[in-house]
Design a protein around this ligand. Structure first.
Ligand SMILES: [Zn+2]
Ligand SMILES: [Zn+2]
Length: 458
């Protein structure tokens, strides 16, 4: 089979893969690069625009996997769009939110390309979307009448345990098979249970490598991190400081809210309001609504009932009193400008009674990344609009990742038993670690790190 990496960059970037298998064509993911602006953030669709796709399959609804879907459909208007049933409930909200964010960035940062697509366009393409249960085989190429009767490769979504609706994608042809992990988590989170990738075998494996550059410290456990977090929160509240936990609206926010709800119900944290953003509330409601369809823990935990959730109004973050001990779980995770996280952090950084706790990935070149790297008492530039600040507040990191650890990914390669592995969705150091380890442990497996735009015969 032929596989083209359409990610415009070598790092995590924007996920998009063009697959040609036994005469049929499939696009897997159509993401947006979170650090690039305008059209430069799009996958390299031009390389394959003359090769019509029979279908587009989406692994999950994070922007780096789905944010360019309307643009992909301009190139491949006849393609059906397949995703898990749970992603189907999220995808339109995610894309409409993208339009809002892009319009805001056009106005505030003067990025003329934005928005890359409109609300109307999202509405127009929505009828092409189809949601499927996990572990159900779909004849994706047979959707087209011209191909009816001929053999169709199949596609099957497998629960990836990373965020609501996340899936690994199994593609089966007559002669060969491909498995794409998407983003995957092999341990239970507070809400979502671990990936169900049991028994998966494939000739070709495309895998994420997010944590390839990260070795777990000796004695690490998620339970200990949670205990450390709850004690840290209580200490800040005791001194009447406020706590900001910057998170992404989909997935991370709900996991943190569930954790707070459980800590409060056990009396390990005093009950009090939790301030969140509007989009965080939208996705929290979908988590609640779909709780019994989801492979999860605490299926009866309804976030909106268990917690006193208060949505921050626009501009409220700049005015609220912070002295009485408040809890904020707000977007954006990397504290980009013009977000509640950014504006709250700006008020908290210089105040020693306040605390900012990081629970997920921050790119070093974002305001969140700069703050995380700043030492106590250090003066640094937080952001262009925030300017120079001196860090006096408490900053802590808690490792509550929604990605598999590297040793688990390496074991997974052995279970799948592929002839070829394609490494993606990670920095150079992460991919290199996997390449070296796979060569050492599974010497017969061919390892490829496809460059941006590179087509490989896998
Ligand atoms: Zn993701
Ligand atoms: Zn991702």
């Amino acid at each position: 089979m032929k596989i083209t990496n359409l990610n415009p960059d070598t790092d995590i970037g924007a996920s998009a893969w063009a697959v040609e298998i036994e005469g049929h064509r499939l696009l897997m993911d159509a993401g947006i690069h979170p650090k690039r602006e305008g059209r430069a953030s799009l996958p390299l669709f031009d390389l394959v625009k003359k090769e019509p796709m029979d279908a587009i399959a989406i692994s999950h609804c994070h922007h780096d996997h789905v944010g360019a879907l309307p643009v992909a459909l301009r190139h491949f208007p006849q393609a059906h769009v397949l995703m898990s049933e749970l992603s189907y409930f999220l995808v339109e909200r995610v894309l409409h939110n993208s339009v809002n964010v892009m319009k805001q960035q056009r106005d505030e940062l003067g990025i003329k390309d934005y928005p890359l697509f409109s609300h109307d366009e999202v509405d127009d393409i929505a009828p092409l979307f189809q949601g499927f249960r996990y572990n159900r085989e779909v004849d994706w190429a047979a959707f087209h009448k011209s191909r009816a009767g001929a053999f169709s490769p199949t596609l099957e979504f497998h629960d990836a345990g990373h965020t609501l609706g996340s899936a690994g994608i199994m593609v089966r042809g007559q002669k060969e098979t491909l498995f794409y992990t998407g983003d995957v988590c092999f341990h239970d989170q507070t809400i979502l249970k671990s990936a169900r990738f049991d028994g998966i075998k494939a000739d070709v494996l495309i895998m994420e490598t997010t944590r390839g550059n990260r070795e777990l410290p000796p004695g690490f456990s998620r339970e200990k991190e949670i205990k450390r977090l709850s004690q840290a929160i209580q200490q800040v509240l005791n001194r009447k400081g406020s706590i900001l936990i910057p998170t992404f609206a989909l997935g991370r926010t709900q996991e943190i809210l569930a954790l707070l709800a459980i800590l409060m119900s056990k009396g390990k944290l005093n009950s009090q309001p939790v301030y969140i953003g509007g989009l965080g509330r939208v996705f929290s409601e979908i988590y609640d609504l779909e709780s019994h369809r989801t492979h999860r823990q605490h299926p009866n935990l309804q976030l909106h009932e268990a917690l006193n959730l208060v949505v921050l109004e626009k501009g409220q973050a700049e005015k609220m009193k912070l002295g009485g001990g408040r809890l904020f779980v707000t977007t954006a995770g990397m504290m980009s400008e013009h977000t509640a996280s950014h504006d709250l952090a700006l008020r908290m950084i210089g105040d020693k009674s306040q605390a900012i706790f990081f629970v997920g990935y921050t790119d070093p070149n974002t305001p969140g990344g700069c703050l995380r790297a700043a030492k106590h008492g250090e003066t640094f530039v937080f952001s262009p609009s925030g300017g120079e600040v001196t860090r006096c507040c408490e900053i802590e990191d808690f490792d509550l990742t929604a990605h598999a650890n590297r040793d688990e990914m390496l074991d997974f390669v052995g279970r799948v038993g592929p002839r070829t592995v394609l490494l993606s969705h990670g920095g150079d150091d992460s991919r290199d670690w996997f390449e070296t380890q796979i060569h050492a442990r599974y010497p017969s497996v061919k390892v490829i790190q496809p460059k941006p735009g590179q087509r490989v015969e896998a």
